[in-house]
Ligand binder design. Sequence first.
Ligand SMILES: [Zn+2]
Length: 329
Amino acid sequence: MPELPEVEVVRRGLVSWVRGRTITGVEVLDPRSVRRHALGPADFIGNLQGARVLDVVRRGKFLWLPLADASAEASGGASTAGGADASGGAANVALMAHLGMSGQLLMQDAEVPDEKHLKIRLRLSPAAGMPEQLRFVDQRIFGGLFLTSLIPTADGGPGGLAETPLPLIAEEASHIARDPLDPHFSFDLFYRRLRARRTGLKRALLDQGLVSGIGNIYADEALWLAKLHYARATDRMRRADAERVLDAARQVMTDALAAGGTSFDSLYVNVNGSSGYFERSLNAYGREGQECRRCAANGIVSLIKREQFMNRSAHTCPVCQPRPRNGRW
Ligand SMILES: [Zn+2]
């Protein structure tokens, strides 16, 4: 699965190409890629046709494009239902992009031959110097596109990171908490909820209802940076420790984003995870048996340990992230 920084790279790339453009044509080449659209491919196509893309929004690993009815806008009859955006269009429907394991969103000129695993093609209204097509390519068919409703956010804040934030969120993403990169993330709320959970710290970090967008890799990296063991009890966690691990998560994601933001071709919005930009800077994840860099810098030889954790793994340094005794930390 792509991690949050990769999805944010896609969001930033995509928004500069599609924002404000109208979808003039829709082609579903493989109906499996719209299977999450309950009303079927014909409904998907009919509703997308003529819609104008208002923005690209992300919360956690969820990515969506709020849409307005371009014909309603043109006739001056923009609805006020669901909250009008700054440009006058009503946004109450969104195109949701579920990238799965191998989904890619590509901007391509019409002359570019179809990709082998092209599943959905969107034609966009002409814009100077910009490709005409947004293509969804997916080798393994776990991803897909579908339409969803936009609903008011629970806290009245923006739905997620966007160019023109609206207090609306895609229904599918409404159950997840804000992510660490979201300026409206509330640490107080996070800390209150964290203390109320009787669980281990890593399990809590992976809980999308508590904080979204932290996957296995970034949980291990954040815990290493914060010098905290994954089994630390959340109900006894000090505020300063909770703050440190949240700051660490934000830091590793921001670093990955800074590296990833320069590694992709501007025409090629890619989220297959193959760019490998973040692997170079990992300190814990995937480093089993290798020296802990922080300990090495202090003249201590300590090897990163890999343990079974929730059907996956946890990577820690036994010296600078000591295991809590009887969970009594
Ligand atoms: Zn160490």
